[in-house]
Design a protein around this ligand. Structure first.
Ligand SMILES: [Zn+2]
Length: 1020
């Protein structure tokens, strides 16, 4: 077949409810049936834990490295040689518990992995956890505090040992949750970011960057968290709008000839002022430039106040405050820049806990906020406080501790991301780390979905500053640098040095800072596969003679799995992690040759080829989940209530790119009902297999694939369901190709519930007769097709609902399945026989025409109140120029709508279906259109039920009169709306169009009701 035929996609809507009013014997009504050991009721809690444990215990998702033996070749040669599908789990914090965001993230990743795996690719999903520097340290510090201790009392080594102990005890909570949810990761490759081999890689990365001159140490204003006592990155700071104060303070000239008034929101920092700045264009102050002021309160130990200059700098804005600003280079990033421009001294007046650190000053030792009050009072007493105004300002808050961030000058380690990268051979320098990361995306080596995130990424990188990679924590990768007490030089080394590299002194101490957690996680896409020189297995076997690490070859894993295929993540870590992985991945991997020894190009140096950014999960009212609001949904709790499959299916069916998910329990309940529907279909099918067996009929489960091919002379419902199945498979594949989890889920839902359960199952029941005198061949064929289609539908649904499909699949094969798991079976492909695959085989859709007829008859029966048991006669009038019948067609362009099924012929040829599903006993052809109250018209036919309605005339008159009044009211409202010119002018066109349509329909209904009322005979 031609896979390029484009299907006419149906809108992904829910199937119409097709409550069959004519129930056949079904699973529900046969309590005694063993149904191959499937319990009567679907109870996810009874099956999910069992399968989750089975998948882990049997190591089903452990992945062999391609080329390293093993692996069953796929039957489809196209698939056999395909590249592996590789993905890294964004490592959750080792301190974490799963939240709904994880659940969505992991559901999407699991669907992709299972789908690729079933499609015959080597599919590797690597799990791991992050040591999460700040979060973990805080957790353990809190624990210590509750025991009346703290980390300083313990000391660094003992504290670090405590954290490891904590990790051993509680660190697997989140991965245990993942195991329970059945994530199909390769647990044999699970890592922790502080595993030995990853530590070696982190150290190697740091040393290489240092040797390349890309890591430097410098004074810098950092965001200081006084509670955690560490620098935090801009990304770890949130801003809160608060009402603060703006203090106007008088600074007297040193020569006593006048004064200048400065405005500040943080008066306590004045103790560290080293200048006052005014704008060079501000005429109020030009005459004062160059004068010295005597800085109030700055004298220590009774000495005189310091004198500082008034200088001109464009940073001072005439419209802010008084136009004159104090300059405190050690405690403000902008002042630091002014200080750099004017070679000002930087005086640190706050310690690491944000207490005043100015020995000899009356304010020494005070907390910053207490000091503020005391300083303002002292200024007031001295007559130097001009005024205090209310002032709205954005306060910087440390995300982790909630402390107000104190900008602070400190020595930090930086990665120079904008500096050209020197070449190893002394040739021309390469583009900077940031530029290479920009090039990788600009040149299309990494694709973002949704594409709008590409712009966000580009803008961030274009304006990026050097990355402060040091953190003043104890938990993390300690920086491999040693300070010399003798000569103050720094020695950076892979192995702990015995002496200073510069002067040879043995008096050296290791840097106390650790690396930013994102530095190590930014290396993961290549370090998890064994970066040459740092791979654990190679390291242990490496002899001294083999020389430096970089000369070692590619590990098989890195050769096979890098670049990874896709990264699935949330927007919140686009900069933290995604951009860092691209920067570090391209930087280091460009230096790693390809498996054939050729130089690696940027396209092969990227850490992943695609990034899929998923949306947020909100509550049912579209509110963001938050602890304060109390609307947080615990995924484990919701899974216990509805089953993992239902929750997964709900998340998938709502996961359209760029749209947040309003997670609703009602919808989850609906999907649990969907799972239940599948369960009951399985029981019906198993019951029929049992009945057939009793009649000596055995379906050969090893030959189901044949049944999916179909034949030209197969019954109408067989051809139709095979056609629907194959079409659904194509639609699901193309949806998943484009990360449309929502569409894929909806196609599956439509097929399984709508096509399969509501229609096909009801029709095929008519054929499943095994008794005396029945057509056993037809029954066997029908049963075989039923089983084959159902089994294929299980495989189709398995990536979305892995538990229920696994349970039923094993039951179907009565404990002897062809594979250890449905997850290892093949994803359904195109199976239709060539003779059925061409558009010429229009009879594939004959049943679709019949379904339309049945739908109209059922609706008429309901309207007429015809009792279910009563058989009726119908008339059919085929439309003169029928439109195409509303199914999913795989026509090529030129064959669209060529087919005009003869609806009367189809109906008479399939009398038994009409009899079974619509209780029709007679069908006649009408030469003229059918227009009466007992008729329905569609684009393709008119159909009428011939039925003498026994009506209660007064009741009917009352009903019709009520209806008529309702329609009249509706018409008046519609006319008022549609004659309102300003409404018509403002409302969107589709809304106006919709109203017009609605009005026209109301008019038709109104006229019909009027006619029906007029036609009523008088009351008795
Ligand atoms: Zn030295």
């Amino acid at each position: 077949m031609n896979r390029k035929d484009s299907p006419n996609s149906p809108a992904p809507s829910q199937p119409k409810s097709q409550d069959n009013p004519f129930p056949q014997p079904s699973a529900e009504s046969s309590a005694e049936s063993p149904a191959s050991n499937l319990p009567k009721a679907y109870d996810p809690s009874r099956i999910e834990r069992r399968w989750a444990e089975y998948w882990v215990r049997e190591r089903l998702f452990d992945t062999q490295t391609p080329g390293a033996g093993a692996g069953t070749p796929h039957s489809d040669p196209e698939m056999r040689d395909s590249k592996p599908f590789t993905m890294l789990l964004p490592p959750p914090n080792v301190t974490g518990r799963l939240h709904m965001g994880h659940m969505l993230n992991q559901t999407e990743m699991d669907i992709l992995t299972r789908w690729h795996r079933m499609s015959g690719q080597t599919a590797l999903w690597v799990p791991g956890t992050d040591h999460a520097g700040i979060a973990t340290q805080m957790m353990v510090e809190r624990q210590l505090a509750s025991q009346g201790s703290d980390r300083k009392t313990l000391g660094r080594d003992a504290f670090t040992a405590r954290v490891w102990e904590w990790k051993r005890q509680y660190g697997s909570a989140i991965t245990d949750q993942m195991r329970r949810l059945g994530a199909s990761v390769d647990w044999s490759r699970e890592y922790f970011t502080m595993d030995d081999h990853l530590n070696v890689a982190v150290k190697e990365a740091f040393v290489r960057l240092y040797e390349q001159g890309l890591i430097y140490r410098g004074s810098y204003i950092v965001n200081w968290d006084p509670v955690q006592q560490t620098a935090v990155s801009d990304l770890e700071v949130t801003h809160e709008d608060r009402l603060g104060k703006l203090y106007h303070i008088r600074y007297p000239f040193a020569d006593g000839t006048g004064e200048i008034v400065v405005a500040t929101t943080r008066p306590e920092t004045m103790l560290g002022d080293t200048a006052v700045a005014v704008n060079p264009t501000d005429e109020r102050y030009t005459a004062m430039i160059g004068k010295l002021v005597s800085l109030p309160l700055s004298g220590v130990n009774g000495a005189a106040n310091r004198e500082i200059p008034i200088l001109a700098d464009v940073w001072a804005q005439p419209e802010f405050g008084t136009g004159a600003v104090k300059v405190t280079p050690a405690h403000d990033p902008n002042d630091f820049a002014i200080g750099q421009r004017h070679a000002l001294a930087s005086i640190t007046v706050l310690d690491t806990a944000a207490h005043i650190d100015l020995p000899g000053s009356p304010f020494h030792g005070m907390d910053r906020f207490a000091a503020r009050e005391r300083i303002v009072a002292a200024l007031d007493a001295a007559g130097l406080l001009v005024e205090i105004r209310d002032h709205n300002l954005a306060i910087a808050i440390s995300q982790r501790s909630g402390a107000v961030v104190e900008p602070r000058l400190s020595m930090q380690w930086f990665l120079a991301v904008n500096r050209p990268v020197p070449s190893a051979e002394g040739g021309a320098a390469r583009a900077s780390i940031a530029q290479t990361a920009i090039d990788a995306v600009r040149d299309g080596h990494i694709k973002f979905t949704p594409s709008m995130y590409e712009k966000t990424y580009m803008e961030w990188l274009a304006n990026i500053h050097d990355w402060c990679i040091s953190r003043q924590l104890w938990w993390g990768h300690r920086i491999p640098a040693w300070h010399c007490t003798a000569c103050h030089a720094i020695t950076v080394a892979r192995e702990t040095p015995a002496a200073c590299n510069t002067c040879g002194s043995a008096d050296i101490t290791q840097e106390t800072d650790v690396l930013d957690t994102w530095f190590s996680s930014g290396l993961l896409p290549f370090t998890v596969f064994g970066w040459p020189g740092t791979d654990a297995s190679l390291l242990s076997s490496r002899s001294e003679a083999e020389g430096p690490a970089s000369s070692l070859g590619l590990t098989p894993d890195l050769a096979a799995f890098y670049p990874t295929s896709v990264l699935v993540t949330g927007f919140d870590i686009l900069f933290f992690w995604v951009a860092r992985m691209i920067m570090l991945g391209t930087h280091f991997m460009l230096d790693v040759a390809m498996p054939d020894g050729s130089p690696r190009q940027l396209a092969e140096a990227v850490p992943f080829r695609e990034v899929y950014i998923h949306a947020l999960v909100r509550d049912a009212n579209r509110e963001k989940m938050s602890k304060t609001k109390g609307n947080v949904i615990d995924p484990i709790e919701i899974v216990e209530r509805f089953g993992t499959d239902a929750v997964r299916f709900t998340l998938a069916s709502m996961a359209s790119p760029g749209t947040d998910i309003a997670f609703s329990e009602a919808r989850t309940e609906g999907n649990r009902a969907f799972a239940n529907k599948i369960w009951n279909a399985a029981r019906f099918l198993f019951m029929n297999l049992d009945r057939a067996r009793e009649a000596g009929i055995e379906v050969d489960l090893s030959k189901l694939a044949n049944a999916l091919r179909g034949t030209v002379d197969a019954p109408i419902e067989t051809k139709w369901i095979l056609y629907q199945l194959n079409t659904t498979v194509i639609l699901v594949n193309s949806s998943l190709d484009n990360y449309r989890f929502d569409e894929a889920a909806n196609y599956i839902y439509q097929f399984f519930w709508g096509d399969f359960c509501d229609w096909y199952l009801e029709i095929v029941k008519l054929r499943l007769n095994y008794g005396e005198g029945s057509d056993k061949t037809a029954a066997t064929e029908a049963l075989t097709t039923l089983v084959a289609v159902f089994e294929a539908a299980l495989r189709l649904s398995s990536p979305f609902m892995p538990f229920i499909t696994e349970e039923i699949w094993h039951a179907l094969y009565r404990g002897k399945p062809p594979k250890k798991s449905i997850a290892l079976a093949e994803f359904p492909g195109w199976h239709l026989d060539a003779s059925l695959s061409t558009p010429a085989n229009e009879d594939m859709r004959e049943l679709q025409a019949l379904i339309e007829v049945i739908g109209e008859i059922r609706s008429l029966r309901k309207d007429f109140g015809i009792p279910n048991h009563e058989r009726i006669e119908i008339q059919i009038h085929p439309a003169d120029e029928p439109a195409t019948l509303g199914a999913i067609y795989l026509d090529s362009e030129e064959n669209v709508s060529l087919h005009t099924p003869d609806i009367y012929k189809i109906a008479t040829a399939n009398k038994e279906i009409l009899a079974g599903l619509a209780r029709v006993n007679e069908i006649s052809l009408s030469a003229s259109p059918l227009t009466g109250a007992n008729a329905r018209s569609t684009a393709n036919f008119d159909v009428a039920v011939l039925y003498e309605r026994q009506i209660d005339i007064p009741a009917e008159r009352e009903r019709l009169t009520k209806d008529l009044a309702k329609y009249e009211k509706g018409l008046v409202a519609a006319e008022r709306q549609l004659s309102n010119d300003s409404f018509i002018a403002k409302a969107p066109a589709p809304i106006v169009e919709g109203l017009r349509k609605q009005a026209a329909e109301t008019r038709t209904l109104h006229d019909k009701t009027r006619a029906a009322l007029d036609a009523l005979p008088p009351d008795n």
